[in-house]
Structure formats: C-alpha cells, structure tokens
Design a protein around this ligand. Sequence first.
Ligand code: NAD
Length: 320
Amino acid sequence: MESYTEKILITGALGQIGTELTNKLVEIHGADNVVASGLDRYQKGMTSAGHYERMDVTNTQLVRQVISDYEITTVYHLASLLSGTSEKQPLFAWKLNLEPLIHFCEMAKEGLLKKIFWPSSIAVFGKGIPKNDVAQEVVLNPTTVYGISKMAGEKWCEYYFDKYGVDVRSIRYPGLISWKTPAGGGTTDYAVEIFYEAVESGKYTSFISEDTAMPMLYMDDAIKATLQLMDAPQENLTIRSSYNLGGMSFTPKELASEIKNIIPEFEIDYKPDFRQAIADSWPSSIDDSIAKKDWGLSYDFGISEMSADMIKNLKVKLSK
Ligand code: NAD
C-alpha cells in the first residue's frame, strides 16, 4: 500500500459528529494535520484541530483553495442539512446534500484527493421495505427529501468508484446519540433530548410515539466504525454505495424505562409531530453483517451502557 502523511479536512466539523470525529482524528494524526471547517466565524477553543477555515461547502472555489493550501489528502465531508430541517427547505437540501459531495469526488478524480468519507443514513430505505433486519441490498424507496438526497449521494459514490476508481467510503448511520454537542435537527433527536430533560427537569415529552423502534448508535461506536472503515484495506471493501450499520434498536418507551432505572422519578409523555411520519418510513432494525465481515464492525455500547454513560456525563456538563 502507498504510504503518505494524511492531511485531513473535515466539513461540518462543528456539528454533532464533526466535533467528536475531529477530536479523535487530532488524537491519531496530530493537530497540525487536521483542518476543521464550518460556517461559524473562528473563536478560540471552538475546535481541537490545528487549523480552522470558515468555509461554505457550496463555494467550490474556496473549497479548492483550502484543499490546495493545506495539501489535503483525505476529506470527511459531514456538512449537510438533516432530515427534519431538509423537509422545510427541500430544494436547498438537495443542493447542499449533493453538489459538494460530487465536487469532492471530481477533485479525487483529478488526483487532488486520495480518500473521501461521506455519511449516508437509514433514511434511504423508505416505504415498502421490511421493518426488521433490513438487508444491504434492498430496493431503496425513500419518501423524504433527505432520504432522496442520501440515496442519490450513494449512487454518485458508487459511480465515481466504478468509473474512475475514486476511493469514497460511506456508512448508513442510524440515529446518533451523544452528550458533547446537541443534535442538529434529525428525527432520532428525541433520543438525545430525552437525556438532557431527564437530567435537567426529570420529564420529557417525546415527539416520537412510544412504540416506534428505530436503529440508534452511541457516538463512540459511530466514530470507531468510521475510522475502522477508513483504515480498511481497499481490497476488503465490497460495498461502494454505503454500508448498512445497525447499532441497537429501541423504542422511546424502552429508553424511558432504562432512564428510570437510573433516575427513578423520571416521567415521559408522548406528543408525536411531523417527524413521526418520517420515523414510520424508516426501518426498526438493520442487518449489518457485511460491515462486520468486510472491515470488522463491532460495538462497545448497548442501551444500558449508553444510558449510564449519557447520564453520568450530562450530570457533570449541565451542573457547570
Ligand atoms: P449537524 O447538523 O450537527 O452538523 C452539520 C454541520 O454542517 C453544522 O455544523 C452546520 O453548520 C454545517 N453546515 C451546514 N451547512 C453548511 C455549509 N453550506 N457549509 C459548511 N458547513 C455547513 O449534523 P451531524 O449530525 O453532525 O451530521 C453529519 C453528517 O452525518 C450529515 O451528513 C448527516 O446527514 C449524517 N448523519 C447524521 C445522523 C445523526 O443522527 N446525527 C444520522 C445519519 C446521518
């Protein structure tokens, strides 16, 4: 395998995943080899990366400039509009979620980048697909603009690999749960908010109904999986659209019961909103056996370990 020093650019680096992925990449590669980017103006302490660029990913000229200035080899392209927000601005979501990805693939095709990571989502599945243990190769039938943009993105990734050998790698993330950075407008955000409210006020009103099961993943496992996929030898990878990743599957009621084990006075009620329809179009659980076989996917956190870790960390964070 060719050896080179990785110079990494992260887009959406101040978001829920970006913040934690940046920390981990800095730990592994050193701050000087990691460039964080986002829409916000720079403030001291906002990122652990050695460099920060205020960069709108739709500004192709600026993106090219940054790639060239830092001699970037690897991009983790996370900037996007999430599922809830995309429904409110469908045409903008399509533009933001697709065009910069294609632009990064073009740059890789031109030899300016060696590797790209781009996350897809379980939102690609959609209507008419069996709810449980959804296999890798099923007909995709997304019903949300977010799901449609992710499905198209997956196809572009596969196209650039098949046609030009572009090394773009992807995971269909389930709902991600973390305590460091608030969630950014997704349908699975209830499973983050519930912990904040449990610690702060002891009650939560869920916008998802009590028996709706969705696949979820604790952030530590999401970061671990992302790095495992990016480190895997090219020849082991058999999926170039996006790998299924199942994590754990639970309902709001089951999660509330876990929280009650730790905070016995916790109370929950349910007022489903427009996000319920999005959740209903998503699978309850996912078959991720191909990721396990191809690059060794494994998880450290189940629902109990995750709940304990969330509450322990939020108690400290929210008391400051
Ligand atoms: P987030 O909303 O927390 O972060 C996205 C970041 O992108 C934000 O900081 C935002 O300011 C930035 N951004 C938005 N528009 C931009 C633009 N034009 N230029 C530059 N930056 C811009 O999202 P996240 O949860 O960290 O998700 C990251 C990626 O993972 C996205 O592609 C998302 O679709 C995918 N994903 C997330 C989840 C989840 O549960 N969080 C699940 C599946 C897939």
